[in-house]
Design a protein around this ligand. Sequence first.
Ligand SMILES: Cc1cc2nc3c(=O)[nH]c(=O)nc-3n(C[C@H](O)[C@H](O)[C@H](O)COP(=O)(O)O)c2cc1C
Length: 187
Amino acid sequence: MFRTIIYDQQVSALKPVKGRGIMTIGIVYYSRTGNTKAVAQLLAEKLKQKNAAVDLIEIEAVKQPGFFGAGRAAMKQIELPIKNPDVDLGKYSTLVVGTPTWGGCCSPFIKTFFSSAKNIKGKKTSLFVTGSGAPDPQGKPRQMMQQDLGTLGMDLSPHFLGLKMKNGKIIQGESQVDPFVQSILVK
Ligand SMILES: Cc1cc2nc3c(=O)[nH]c(=O)nc-3n(C[C@H](O)[C@H](O)[C@H](O)COP(=O)(O)O)c2cc1C
């Protein structure tokens, strides 16, 4: 089993993942209806099978937006408040960041979370996107994350995972999962 860490402002000093000379990977994701969470969990399982130490870090909305509020916030890039700002990601050698597609955009919580996250500069980071359609590898959700996280100095991997999802299941793109996992493990 892997741990899901629910951060809050009271928890500022997390103990480092047990060091066994292995990769320590933080998978940061936002998920409104569980699809992106299911992918984050699948990636965590696969990375753990390859002996990586993995934490799942769920970005928690103060108030989950409804369908229209979500689409509006994404398209207008309105930052919605989160319960877990200021998270220190310094103990991870690598990050994986995932978002659903909203109105052709990345969910706004990614930008909100990373704007206040600590120790992210230069961090090797791989991106994944879920959608009810198949996310275009060159599409806007990825581009938006590249823009926002690149501006913050994160070192973005050229590898990308885009999955078409329904009810927590992968509908299209499953064959991309293992190569994506492999790309995360390359130091
Ligand atoms: C407001 C809103 C807008 C959406 N817009 C798109 C879209 O433009 N393209 C797409 O493929 N899926 C779109 N979806 C579907 C979600 O991206 C998809 O179901 C995703 O996997 C949900 O992830 P989650 O369950 O982790 O929240 C939209 C969903 C919502 C709520």
